[in-house]
Design a protein around this ligand. Structure first.
Ligand code: R5P
Length: 302
């Protein structure tokens, strides 16, 4: 049976790619806003008893897209959809995932609760900021990864003598995945805070004379990648490139990366480009549409 596939307004480009690969038209719904900015949703397809997928990235305008997603899920639940599977290529609010200082929220848990309380029955998502976020949901989560896809692109840019570098301790897991896809060694950058204003970074491993692939889950301001690239170059790396799952590229990230030691950067399209990348010459975007289609096909009723 063909599933119903709805696309929220955050990442329509990716939605179009997915519906053409699935060979189905996106489900019809009205998405809009009330004059005061509240999300307005009206489902225009019969969904009673059906399996329904919704695509929405919580990025670039995360508050709006999160709320829109919740309202779509609510509309589908009230229209008696039997299974509501949310495909969230980039799960926003994932960075506050533990209370390591008084006064902090655990936003990642709050967002997971909101999505399941709204009525989602399953989540398909990619490269969560920390693996344990999966456990914040009370519904099943298919946690998929982009490293295989990015490794295929990276291969053509790396010479024989290459190494993967994790730019901080938090990115070691994802960098390990990439190193195993490429069959290469792994080096790790460790940052030690000397004072409120001074961070000392040291490299565990050897990059001298090697092609370096820096791997992280998110690139936001570009600060982490650029600092890592500078350190690798200073330690004798021949060439430095980067691969990230989620290219948010806020503030002056594009200018920073363009002017940096990084010779190229690969990112997937979990975060929409929204025409922001016309001057981003070093960026190569790799579509995850085929991985999402696989994820959807694995959930289909037979
Ligand atoms: C941090 O824990 C993440 O894995 C990324 O390293 C971080 O979000 C990158 O941020 P930025 O690009 O602003 O340095």
């Amino acid at each position: 049976m063909k599933p119903l596939f709805f696309c929220g307004s955050s990442n329509r480009h990716l939605g179009d790619e997915i519906s053409s690969l699935l060979n189905i038209h996106p489900g019809r719904m009205n998405l809009g806003q009330f004059p005061d900015g509240e999300s307005f949703v009206e489902i225009l397809e019969p969904v009673r008893g059906k399996q329904v997928f919704i695509l929405q990235s919580i990025a670039m305008n995360p508050n709006f897209y999160l709320m829109e997603l919740l309202v779509i899920i609510d509309a589908l639940k009230r229209a008696s959809a039997k299974e509501i599977i949310t495909v969230i290529p980039y799960l926003g609010y994932c960075r506050q995932d533990r209370k390591d200082k008084p006064g902090l929220p655990i936003s990642a848990k709050l967002v997971a609760d909101l999505i399941s309380t709204a009525g989602a029955t399953r989540v398909i998502t990619f490269d969560l900021h920390a693996g344990q976020l999966e456990g914040f949901f009370s519904i099943p989560v298919d946690h998929l990864h982009c490293q295989n896809l990015l490794a295929k692109e990276a291969q053509s840019l790396l010479g024989e003598n290459s190494i993967v570098v994790a730019p901080d301790i938090g990115s070691v897991k994802i960098a390990e995945k990439m190193a195993s896809c490429l069959g290469s060694e792994l080096a790790i950058i460790e940052k030690q805070r000397q004072s409120a204003f001074e961070v000392k970074a040291s490299l565990i491993g050897h990059v001298d004379g090697k092609d370096v692939l820096i791997v992280d889950d998110i690139c936001s301001t570009g600060g982490t990648l650029v600092a890592a690239a500078n350190l690798c170059k200073a330690q004798g790396a021949r060439k430095v490139i980067a691969a990230v799952s989620h290219g948010i590229f806020t503030a002056d990230a594009i200018e920073k990366i363009e002017g940096s030691e990084l010779s190229s950067i690969m990112s997937t399209n979990t975060v929409p480009s929204l025409n922001r990348f016309s001057n981003f010459y070093k960026l190569k975007t790799v579509s995850i549409a085929s991985l999402i289609v696989e994820g959807i096909e694995n959930c289909l009723w037979h």
